[in-house]
Design a protein around this ligand. Structure first.
Ligand code: SAM
Length: 258
């Protein structure tokens, strides 16, 4: 088709995702804190700590690509960890995002960090499903946090991650997932379907966008299904392939490019 989308539904989805994130860019933190009761910060801290960026023994540092990096939440933590834990001043992060409003917010926030003008952070507007400007076998670590759920073609994005990673490089995804206990799930569903759209309406003045977010979580593949998608792209999924956080409300999937 003219837009390169296979169906009208996919084109609508892409448009919808664009509108959602343009609408939420400025109230992004407040909404995340309210919706997750602040827990998204702990998940992000753990995600970054578990990847331990900046541990190369030569002086090159890691080349990290944070896809759907939006406002910089993951990128700033990566650089903090490399710098403060591993005393590495060479690790660099590129934030890629499809939405210029989210990137603009990230750029603005980066000026409040030590990295804004350090040359260790760069920004790139682009679609995760095809990033031709990034060379094959060039990236040490690919991260995507709370982003892949919104991609129209998730398999294409995972294949693209595989292409650009170096052999031995890591794919790491933090995403909302599926709760493993039925009792906890009942409480969680009440919260997400009841409270989140309401909070969206009251705080961001936008009920529909948050209704969409809740539905997109529900529709996301299960932990095992998503692990298989990662393996199908050619990755080795170490251990169980994923780690549940807070009973499966979120999970971390990791893959190594052989
Ligand atoms: N990673 C950040 C975090 O954890 O706070 C931001 C996550 S935000 C919920 C999702 C981001 O995915 C938005 O900034 C949106 O613009 C971006 N996004 C959606 N579809 C995308 C695509 N196809 N390619 C790249 N980024 C995309």
């Amino acid at each position: 088709t003219h837009f390169g989308f296979e169906t009208v539904a996919e084109a609508e989805k892409a448009e919808r995702v664009g509108a959602v994130f343009s609408s939420v860019a400025s109230s992004y933190d407040t909404m995340n804190d309210l919706m997750s009761l602040g827990i998204h910060r702990l998940w992000k801290d753990y995600f970054v700590r578990s990847l331990n960026p900046g541990t190369r023994t030569d002086d090159k540092g890691w080349n990290i690509l944070d896809v759907a990096g939006g406002t910089g939440d993951i990128a700033f933590r990566m650089l903090d960890h490399a710098t403060n834990v591993n005393l590495d001043l060479n690790t660099k992060v590129t934030i890629a995002d499809i939405n210029p409003d989210m990137l603009a917010e990230g750029r603005k926030r980066s000026l409040q960090t030590p990295y804004g003008k350090s040359g260790r952070l760069s920004f790139m507007e682009g679609n995760a499903e095809s990033m031709p400007s990034i060379e094959s076998n060039s990236v040490d670590l690919y991260t995507v946090a709370f982003g892949i759920r919104n991609f129209t073609d998730k398999d294409a994005a995972i294949r693209e991650a595989f292409r650009i990673l170096k052999p031995g490089g890591f794919f790491a995804c933090l995403e909302f997932s599926h709760v493993d206990s039925s009792l906890f799930n009942a409480v969680y569903k009440r919260w997400s379907f009841g409270a989140i759209p309401l909070i969206g309406q009251l705080v961001a003045g936008d009920r529909d966008s948050y209704q969409y977010l809740v539905e997109s979580i529900e529709q996301f593949p299960t932990q095992e299904e998503f692990k298989t998608m990662i393996q199908n792209a050619g990755f080795i999924a170490p251990g169980k392939g994923y780690e549940n956080l807070t009973g499966g409300i979120a999970s971390i999937h990791r893959g190594v490019k052989p």
